[in-house]
Write a protein that binds this ligand. Structure first.
Ligand SMILES: [Zn+2]
Length: 100
C-alpha cells in the first residue's frame, strides 16, 4: 500500500493517482519497501489464521468421527442389573416395641 501524501488514503501498489483525493502519488524507494514489508506481515497473519482455522476444522472432524464411532461402531452397553435390596432390619425393633 502506498499512503497518499496529502490525504493519507492507502492506495494499491502501482497506482499513479490517489483513489481518495486524486493527487498524483510520489513514490520513493522507502515507501515501496514499507509496502512490501507490510504485505509480508499481512501474508504471515493470513497464514497463521488459515493454519488455526484448519486446526479447528481438524479437531471438529475428529470430534464428529469419535461421536460416530461411539454411537455406531461400539455396541451399546448392557443394562445394569442391581442386586435385590435386603430387608431393612431398622424398622423391625420399632414394630416390636409396642407389642411389649
Ligand atoms: Zn489522497
Amino acid at each position: 500500500m502506498i499512503t497518499c501524501q496529502s490525504c493519507g488514503h492507502d492506495n494499491a501498489l502501482g497506482t499513479t493517482f490517489c483513489r481518495g483525493c486524486g493527487t498524483r502519488l510520489v513514490v520513493d524507494f522507502q515507501s515501496i519497501e514499507q509496502s512490501v514489508q507490510s504485505t509480508r506481515v499481512a501474508d504471515l497473519d493470513h497464514a497463521v489464521l488459515r493454519s488455526g482455522r484448519s486446526a479447528l476444522m481438524l479437531c471438529t472432524f475428529a470430534l464428529v468421527c469419535a461421536l460416530i464411532a461411539r454411537y455406531v461402531v461400539v455396541p451399546p452397553m448392557p443394562p445394569t442389573v442391581s442386586p435385590p435390596t435386603p430387608l431393612i432390619e431398622v424398622f423391625l425393633p420399632q414394630e416390636a416395641a409396642p407389642a411389649k
